[in-house]
Each structure stands twice: as structure tokens, then as C-alpha cells.
Design a protein around this ligand. Sequence first.
Ligand SMILES: Cc1cc2nc3c(=O)[nH]c(=O)nc-3n(C[C@H](O)[C@H](O)[C@H](O)COP(=O)(O)O)c2cc1C
Length: 166
Amino acid sequence: MKALITVATKHGSTLELGRAMAEVLRQRGIETTLLPPERVGSLDAYDVVVLGSGIYSNKMLPTMTAFGYRWGDQLTARLVYIFCSGPLDAAPAALANLPHDVRLLARQIGARSTKLLAGCMEPGQLRPTERALMRMSGARPGDYRDWESALGWARQIAADALEHAV
Ligand SMILES: Cc1cc2nc3c(=O)[nH]c(=O)nc-3n(C[C@H](O)[C@H](O)[C@H](O)COP(=O)(O)O)c2cc1C
């Protein structure tokens, strides 16, 4: 079985989550490739596709939106899963609602599971405009990523994919 994990990221923290998930899939015997969405040239080789994106202004990054439009038809024919990382807050209430566009894409492509994970933003990485936006929103920078939650979700999708492979 072959999987593609494709991650849209601005500052790299969602990609690190994707890398850790790829290791989980590999440990389960699933041959896994990690590529940015804009570098995917074909889905032919893959039975499983995991989409990941950082969240900005309550939306996926544009490269992931474009990926969804470009490959939508082919994604519906595969085992597909979507995660995003955003909230700079680990409280369950902050992680309860996926952004609207992610929910829409998940429905359109028949994603088997979705996951909203807490994000990471180190102040030193921010551009001045981003820093100003963060100050206005009241968000507190820091690394809120819950690795156990991310790895647990990856274990679930590996089990689901192996069970439902055609
Ligand atoms: C300018 C800016 C806007 C953001 N907007 C949101 C948002 O609307 N919703 C959210 O959950 N997280 C938001 N975040 C937090 C990011 O989604 C989080 O830091 C994420 O982990 C970044 O992923 P990346 O490192 O892969 O780019 C924002 C961060 C910045 C810097």
C-alpha cells in the first residue's frame, strides 16, 4: 500500500507534524511519500492521501485549496484524510470546530477522518505584519502541538487504511 502525505505550511510546524505521521504509517508497512501540494504531479501511485495545512485567517493555506480543486475527482476514489494545525491553544473547546473551508473540502472529497490539531508559532518566526495580527487577535505565541494526539490519529488512519484497502 502506498500513501502520500501532502502538507501546506508557511512556517514549517504543520510539516513537522506530517513528517511524524509519515513515520507512523511507515512503521505500519505503508510506503509513504511526503510532498508539498504544489509538487504533486500525479496521484496514480497512491491508495491513501493525507492532506495537511496550517490555518491562517481561519482558512487552509491557498496551496491546499488549489490542491483540493485540482485533484478533487481523483481524491474521491482514494482513502483520504485531512488534518490542519492552527489554534494556539490546547483547550478542547479551541479544537472543537474545523474551519469551514476544511469541512467543505472534506465533504467534497469524502474524507474518512478529519483532525484539527493545536499549532505552533514562535515569535521569532513572525513577519512584522503577522506579529501585528497576532497582537490584535490576543493569541499567545508558543508551541501547543500535541504530538500524542497527532501520532494517535496517524495510527488510526493507518489501521483504517489497511482495513479498507481495495
Ligand atoms: C498571521 C497569523 C494568522 C493566524 N490565523 C489563525 C487562524 O485564523 N486560526 C487558527 O487556528 N490559527 C491561526 N494561526 C496559527 C497558525 O495556524 C499556527 O501557528 C500553525 O501551527 C502554523 O502552521 P505552519 O507553521 O505550518 O505555517 C495564525 C498564525 C498567524 C501567524
